[in-house]
Design a protein around this ligand. Structure first.
Ligand code: 5AD
Length: 475
């Protein structure tokens, strides 16, 4: 299984919809061109859209690729070491553009900027800009500073700011059909393995007025599905508004056909939230509910704040309240001290819960975390590897078992775009987040929700044909 939380596709600003005036774009002067490449979680994708919004309003234009960019920004992830290594490799490759055109500026943004701020000048001395996740408002000023700087002088801003919610800044959206809205920044949970509280700072909720403004704006731009984002999204609170209140409010925004959220923290899943999910038809019956391990001992060491029995009860409550609920999870194997016995508990858990899919990771020690300081990374790499492969094998079989009953069913699919494999096919998602491929039919188009009869499945994909079309198809 791939680590599909890692977005491999670089974002090209040209794919984004320009939604605002660019006050500084003086007539006759070619605006500076920027290229943003994104790694990591959906929140990074949303942050790149935020940066693109800030820069276009300052007069910047989209580059078609790094080769015609004046400013190249890499938005990065620090959650596992491998993610960082990939970015450093990519930065070295992009440095080739600076060698050809010395005025080009190269920046590292996001979590890695925060994590490697002290060593980055050694590991990637050619980088001109280092910008942490709370400094994006100052991005234009930092670019100006770097442009005027002496060689090897770094423009850097990695201050974390517990008041920054980027209120009032409209992201430049990438995807027409699905819109991301960041509702919470930072994290206060301090799971012992996780670097996020250190790279993104303290948890803060975005004001509901801003979230609703963005939801309405997304609909106006053609989005039909909205995903609310936060590190522990259901811990959201802003004054007396909690996540359940917010979810209901967004689900009622005119034109939002589907609403999802990621990633919830099990402990903060309240009965009130389950009730909202069960009673709001536009909230999708799909939850990504990270568990990390099937062993109570490991959960305690990870400081997840719950036991397996409590998690199991939560899943039972969710399944009882929400028919046809699809579930996915995150699991780490090889956390410090994990024995064969602990690992076996994880195997048993995935066999018991039967997730629709799972993102499976080998533990990666991250400096600054509690685990790095106190818990030796003592599971040998080969053991981590074999535990991971076996889990992947078991989960793959469960994935297929989960998609098989779809054969013969009619599902509602939101068409997201053309299939990568054929210009004759659409690709879209069911409300349970299953990728579905179907041949285009006259009158069908991106953004429609169509009824699809499923004919065949693989472990991750449904294939079928459109049987009826919703009222918005006019031909
Ligand atoms: N090592 C391996 N996986 C990690 N994750 C977070 N930190 C680490 C780490 N140090 C995983 C968790 C989390 C997902 C986003 O990444 O499973 O839920």
């Amino acid at each position: 299984m791939t680590e599909s939380l890692v977005a491999d596709t670089p974002i090209n600003l040209l794919d984004l919809v320009d939604d605002g005036p660019r006050p500084d774009a003086a007539p006759g002067i070619r605006p500076r061109r920027v290229y943003i490449e994104t790694y990591g979680c959906q929140m990074n994708v949303a942050d790149s859209e935020l940066m693109a919004g800030i820069l276009t309003r300052q007069g910047y234009d989209a580059a078609t690729g790094p080769e015609d960019a004046d400013v190249i920004l890499i938005n990065t992830c620090a959650v596992r070491e491998r993610a960082e290594e990939r970015v450093l490799g990519r930065a070295a490759t992009l440095n080739g553009h600076k060698k050809e055109r010395p005025d080009v500026l190269l920046g590292i943004c996001g979590c890695m900027a925060e994590h490697l701020r002290e060593t980055i000048h050694e590991r990637a001395p050619f980088v001109d800009l280092i910008i942490g996740p709370d400094a994006y408002r100052r991005l234009p000023a930092l670019i100006e500073q770097a442009a005027g700087a002496e060689e090897h002088e770094l423009a850097i801003d990695v201050r974390l700011d517990k008041a920054e919610t980027y209120e009032g800044l409209t992201p430049l959206r990438r995807d027409g059909v699905n819109g991301w809205i960041t509702i919470q920044r930072g994290c206060d949970k301090f799971c012992t393995f996780c670097i996020v509280p250190f790279t993104r700072g303290r948890e803060r909720g975005v004001p509901p007025r801003e979230i609703l403004r963005q939801a309405r704006e997304l609909v106006a731009q053609g989005a039909r599905s909205v995903t609310l984002l936060g590190q522990t999204v259901n811990s959201y609170r802003y004054e007396d508004v909690d996540f359940a209140d917010l979810l209901r409010a967004v689900a009622q925004v005119e034109g939002v056909e589907r609403i999802r959220f990621t990633s919830p923290y099990p402990v903060d899943f309240t009965p009130k939230l389950i009730e909202v999910m069960a009673s709001e038809p536009r909230v999708c019956p799909y939850i990504h509910l990270p568990v990390q391990s099937g062993s109570d001992r490991m959960l305690k060491e990870m400081r997840r704040g719950h036991t397996i029995a409590e998690y199991r009860q939560l899943v039972a409550d969710l399944r009882a309240a929400i028919p046809n609920l699809a579930l996915s999870t995150d699991i780490i194997v090889g956390f410090p001290g994990e024995t064969d016995e602990d690992y076996q508990r994880t195997v048993e858990l995935i066999e018991e819960i039967r997730y629709d899919f799972a993102y499976l990771f080998k533990y990666s020690e991250r400096s600054g975390t509690y685990a790095h300081k106190k818990l030796p990374d003592d599971v040998p790499e080969a053991v981590k590897g074999s535990r991971l492969s076996r889990l992947i094998e078991i989960q793959e079989a469960i994935c297929l078992e989960k998609t098989t009953p779809y054969v013969g069913r009619i599902v509602q699919v939101l068409i997201a775009g053309e299939s990568r494999k054929s210009e004759h096919d659409w690709v879209g998602k069911t409300d349970t987040f299953k990728t579905t491929i179907m041949p285009k039919v006259p009158g069908s188009e991106v953004g429609q929700i169509v009824s699809v009869q499923v004919e065949e499945v693989t472990s991750h994909t449904l294939k079928g044909h459109i049987v009826t079309r919703d009222e918005s198809i006019t031909s």
